[in-house]
Ligand binder design. Sequence first.
Ligand code: FMN
Length: 173
Amino acid sequence: MAVLTVYFSMEGETIAPGMKIVNLKKGHTAVAAEAIQSAVGGDIFEIETVKTYIADHMKMIYEAKEELQKGIRPELKKYPESLDSYDTVFLCYPNWWNTLPMPVLGFIERYDWNGKHIIPVNTSEGSGAGRSVEKIREVCVGAQVEEACKLRGSEVDKRIAQIKSWAKEKVSS
Ligand SMILES: Cc1cc2nc3c(=O)[nH]c(=O)nc-3n(C[C@H](O)[C@H](O)[C@H](O)COP(=O)(O)O)c2cc1C
């Protein structure tokens, strides 16, 4: 079984519990995705936008809201030519305004997901996966889309061992 771990994540400013702004060297979702890939093997692909989001977190969240409201799909730096060789995809993304970040939506819309097994992995600061799984099911026609693994972003660092054993179990079942 060929496994791909795809992720979108942002380093830099983010909100930590207590509404504190912290600066991350690596985004929470990236940390979770790397743990998954190291546990299950296979390939890893980062969804990266050509554009750079505003560094100031409190401004950036409104930039992202505008993208969502206008239905903008930001251009990505690179796209896998095809996902044909994979049957299982861990799709890792943060909750943005209660749904998928638009770069992730743009990514999944490009591919044929028929017959694939998608395991969504979401990080958030409290609202869980929101409406994201519904959206993945709508876009990824013909795929078996599991319920999301919901992680609190600020706790990912403490949960690496748990994430790894969960991911291993997922691919062995
Ligand atoms: C644009 C934006 C919108 C967000 N919206 C929500 C939200 O609706 N609910 C929530 O719990 N967290 C929300 N968050 C917090 C992120 O989901 C959380 O910090 C996540 O772990 C960030 O992942 P990353 O570090 O990999 O980018 C939002 C963050 C951003 C940047």
